[in-house]
Design a protein around this ligand. Sequence first.
Ligand code: PAF
Length: 290
Amino acid sequence: MQAIKRISQLKEEIRRLRKEKGDGTVGFVPTMGYLHEGHLSLLAAAKKETDIVVMSIFVNPLQFGPNEDFEKYPRDHERDLKMAEAAGADIVFLPETSEMYPRPIKTTVSVAEVTERLCGASRPGHFDGVATVVTKLFNIVQPDKAFFGMKDAQQVAVIRRMVDDLNMNVTIVPCPTLREEDGLAMSSRNVYLSPEERKQALVLSQSLRLAEALIRERSASPDEVRRRVEEHIRTAQLADIDYVELLSYPELAPVQPGQMPPSVIIALAVKFGKTRLIDNLIIEMGNSHV
Ligand code: PAF
């Protein structure tokens, strides 16, 4: 496996490997590092579906607000490289900020509507930062397929819409959320949690299951589902709710009472101390996945 910091060298190496593998396909896993099993499952999917696997590790300043955790975001390149190599990545791209943004950026990518709610509303500018860096990374890597975790379901909806609207030549492959044994969705930010916060954070996955039962019974209105989920989350004293929403997926439009769309998302963001966690469950009326 190669660790590469320069864009020019990365392009060169991908070109070489593609040729070596007889016009091989490239699978791309963009990350911000501090890898966990969830990231490794994306690498595994990429390895299964494509010939050359490229992972990027870049904490993108453009997608963090002024009071967010950009500086504090956990970083451990040495550990990440070992994990990526063991998982079979061919290349890890770890650019410095100056490599990705050599001068103040004047061109950004902005996706309307699907970014209006959930994290788009709580984190203004966040998805412009994501869409812009993902566009840059797609242009650099030129992958055939790119793999994203569904824990960030809104991010997947935004990127799919962007790829479709702008005729980008890449297939987006959404991959299921990986969870700890007790149900907590895996996230690099989980390391911030104190033992007590970690324990109380279990209300998130529990409340999603509660929502699923209520939605499947079709006995509760969207407002009632939201209220019951919030009520359950509040049983954890340290939980501070940012949002709980029930929306259609992938449009992310409000669900009208009595009109359950074929696919809905129950999405939540909750702070425990300084740590903001997100989680969601997508329910296809018939079967469900997280
Ligand atoms: O999901 C992430 O880790 C980031 O938002 C991404 C897609 C790597 C863009 O910085």
